[in-house]
Design a protein around this ligand. Structure first.
Ligand code: B1M
Length: 210
C-alpha cells in the first residue's frame, strides 16, 4: 500500500490521531499536497456512498471528517501561497441548517492564499448573521455561501435573495457546495459559482476585479 493509499484508508476509518503523521510521511515521500488532499476528498466520497448504502452512520461520517481536518492542518502551509496583494474582505459561511464545513474551510484557505482577508462565520449561518458581518467589517467586497445539503438549498436561495435586495452594496455573492450548479447559481441570482476550492479562488478574483 502506498503512503497516499494509507492516508485515504485512515481517513475513511476515521483515525484522526494517525493522520498528521501519515500526511507528513506522504509529503516526505515526495507526494504533492494537492494529490494528498484529493485522496482525502475521495475518501469522504466513499464514506458518503457507504452512508447512502446504510453501511456506515453519522458517527462514522463525523470521525472521517475529523480525521480529514487533522490531515488538512498538516497540508495547509503546502497548499497556501503567500500573496502580499490585498483583494479585499470576504465573509464566508455555511448556510442556515447546514453543519458541513470541510469544503467551506478549504475555500477559506484558498481565498486567503490569493489575498482576501477572511471573516469566517462558521456553519448554520443565518441571513441576518451574513448581513451583520457585512455591516460590521470594513471593505467587504465578497460574500461566499457554502451548502452541502439539498434540504438547505432553499436557505441558500433566501440568503442570496436577501443579500441582493437589502440595500447593502459593494460586494459580490459567490455560492458553492456539492449540490450547487452554475444553473442553480444563475437561477437564485448569485454573481458567481465555483465547483471546488481552487476554482473558488479563481472565480473570487474575477468577481472582485470585474
Ligand atoms: Co453529511 N451528508 N450529513 N455529514 N456528509 C453528505 C453531504 C451526504 C451527501 C452523504 C450521503 O448521503 N451520501 C448527505 C446529503 C444528501 C443530500 O442532501 N442530498 C448528507 C447527510 C444526509 C447528512 C445528515 C442529514 C445525516 C443525518 O443526520 N441523517 C446530517 C446533516 C447535518 C446538518 O448539516 N444539519 C449530516 C451530517 C454530517 C456530519 C456532521 C456527520 C459530517 C460533517 C462534518 C463536518 O463537515 N465537519 C458529514 C459528512 C462528513 C458528510 C460527507 C461524507 C462528506 C462531506 C465532505 O466534507 N466532503 C458527505 C458525502 C459527500 O460529500 N460525498 C455528506 C469533502 C469536502 C472537501 O467536499 O464539502 O463538497 P465538499 O466541498 C467541495 C466542493 O463542494 C466545493 O469545494 C470543496 C472541494 O474543493 N465547495 C465550494 C464547497 N463549498 C463551496 C463554496 C464555494 C465554492 C465551492 O463558494 C462559496
Amino acid at each position: 500500500m502506498t503512503k497516499i493509499d494509507e492516508v485515504k484508508a485512515k481517513v475513511e476509518a476515521g483515525k484522526a490521531k494517525l493522520l498528521p503523521g501519515l500526511v507528513q510521511e506522504a509529503l516526505d515521500e515526495g507526494n504533492s499536497a494537492g494529490d494528498i488532499l484529493q485522496s482525502m476528498i475521495d475518501s469522504m466520497g466513499i464514506v458518503g456512498d457507504k452512508f447512502s448504502a446504510g453501511e456506515v452512520f453519522v458517527p462514522e461520517m463525523l470521525m472521517a471528517a475529523k480525521a480529514m481536518a487533522k490531515g488538512v492542518d498538516v497540508l495547509k502551509p503546502h497548499l497556501t501561497g503567500t500573496s502580499t496583494s490585498s483583494l479585499g474582505t470576504c465573509v464566508i459561511g455555511t448556510v442556515q441548517g447546514d453543519l458541513h464545513d470541510i469544503g467551506k474551510n478549504l475555500v477559506t484557505m484558498m481565498l486567503e492564499s490569493v489575498g482576501f482577508k477572511m471573516i469566517d462565520l462558521g456553519v448554520d449561518v443565518s441571513t441576518e448573521k451574513f448581513m451583520n458581518a457585512i455591516k460590521e467589517n470594513e471593505n467587504v467586497n465578497l460574500v461566499a455561501c457554502s451548502g452541502l445539503l439539498t434540504t438547505t438549498m432553499s436557505a441558500m436561495k433566501e440568503t442570496v435573495h436577501a443579500l441582493k435586495t437589502c440595500g447593502l452594496t459593494g460586494f459580490k455573492v459567490m455560492v458553492g457546495g456539492a449540490p450547487v450548479t452554475q444553473e442553480m447559481a444563475d437561477e437564485i441570482g448569485a454573481d458567481g459559482f465555483a465547483p471546488d476550492a481552487g476554482g473558488a479562488a479563481v472565480k473570487a478574483k474575477e468577481l472582485v476585479k470585474a
